[in-house]
Design a protein around this ligand. Structure first.
Ligand code: ADP
Length: 360
């Protein structure tokens, strides 16, 4: 072993050989190396910036770095890797003043498959990982997000000063333990049937996106109504979405609806981030959604078991408890959040900007 002093440049050169295990490109190419410091005894201190705080098993990166450094720089001391995260996005909300890096639509071909549960779980999981998250319930036919999140009051209208000193009204989203929440359900009484015509719906969604004080968000998750493409179309006209997550159950019949949902998103030019199989287990079977995802050429984002506790937590407005250390579904729920965040980072590299559809 030589005791020559190693340089920052040598370390950076060495890091060119290290690939990001999730995205499959080098750390240099992904611009993930934030700082390199060489200390006494050639100890190496690195800061690596991840594309999402929901990055799974980041220790794989430190292990590859240590192995490559040990192989290429024999005089190097111990390697210490510190991680930070910065979520990047298409930032296409600018035209309507929305400062969300990534807007994620959660959809399904039909109701009752757990779409809202998955949307709320994505919000909770990503926030628990450290992301700034908003959750917008656009499921006009069954707005259940406030209930799932244990919210029982309405948002307030606040008066603010506009750019020319004029007074403007803005909607203050509900703070659900750090998640900014808005629901179309706040507009309608929960026991009334909902009849809203297309143009009104379009205007309402626009208003929710535009006039709500979302602030700066890493992820804005939108729970869509099942089946229909109206709101998806409206969204694709207003912002360039990071993509859509399609939720389905494993049995054949439900998968046909998922195929319709995927085709619907494709038609309105919203990239499909992937499919989540929900309620996997003895009742509905397992693996159907993964197979269908492969067939359709879309990523599979994971499965969530059928778990009575998920239903109980949802009913009680305590969806966060499905992520507690004692929850049997914690690992699978977190996996879906991580895979979604990674897929967004991947999609961003492939299609950094996406045109929004023309407003008709
Ligand atoms: P959707 O939004 O598709 O209509 P919901 O999220 O409202 O569906 O879920 C429908 C019902 O299924 C709810 O009672 C919910 O608690 C329950 N549920 C959702 N996912 C699961 C799961 N993985 N295990 C058990 N029950 C679930």
């Amino acid at each position: 072993m030589s005791d020559a002093t190693i340089t920052e440049a040598q370390v950076r050169e060495c890091l060119r050989q290290v690939n990001d295990p999730e995205i499959g490109r080098s750390l240099a190419e992904l611009d993930m190396v934030r700082s390199v410091k060489i200390g006494a005894g050639n100890a190496i201190q690195l800061t690596i910036e991840l594309p999402t705080p929901a990055y799974p098993r980041r220790e794989r990166i430190s292990q590859s770095i240590s192995a490559v450094v040990a192989g290429s720089l024999p005089s190097a001391g111990p390697v210490d890797v510190e991680f930070t995260a910065k979520v990047k996005g298409k930032q296409t909300g600018g035209a309507i003043g929305l400062k969300a890096q990534n807007v994620i639509a959660v959809g399904s071909g039909k109701g009752g498959v757990g779409k809202s549960t998955v949307a709320a779980s994505l919000a909770v999981g990503l926030q628990m990982c450290g992301a700034k998250v908003g959750l917008m319930d656009a499921d006009i036919y069954g707005p259940s997000i406030p209930h799932l999140m244990g919210v029982n009051h309405r948002p307030q209208i606040v008066q603010q000063q506009g750019p020319e000193g004029q007074t403007i009204e803005r909607i203050q989203p509900i703070d659900a333990s750090g998640i900014k929440l808005m629901s179309i359900g706040f507009l309608v009484a929960s026991d009334e049937p909902v009849i809203v015509r297309g143009p009104i719906l379009h205007g309402t969604i626009q208003k929710f996106l535009q006039q709500t004080n979302w602030g700066e968000l890493d992820y804005l998750i939108i729970d869509l109504p099942p089946g229909t493409g109206d709101i998806a179309l409206t969204l694709s006209q207003l912002v360039g979405l990071a993509g859509a997550v399609v939720v389905c159950t494993p049995q054949q019949l439900a998968l046909l609806d998922a195929v319709k949902a995927i085709n619907m998103f494709r038609k309105v030019k919203i990239p499909v981030l992937g499919v989540v199989e929900n309620m996997t287990g003895e009742v509905f079977g397992r693996g159907g959604a993964r197979k269908k995802a492969v067939e359709m050429g879309v990523p599979f984002l994971g499965e969530i078991p059928i778990d009575a506790q998920i239903r109980v937590n949802g009913d009680a407005g305590k969806i966060r408890e499905s992520f507690s250390a004692s929850s049997p579904s914690r690992a699978q729920l977190l996996n879906v959040c991580e895979q979604t965040a990674i897929q967004i980072a991947r999609t961003l590299l492939e299609t950094p900007s996406m045109p929004t559809l023309e407003i008709l």
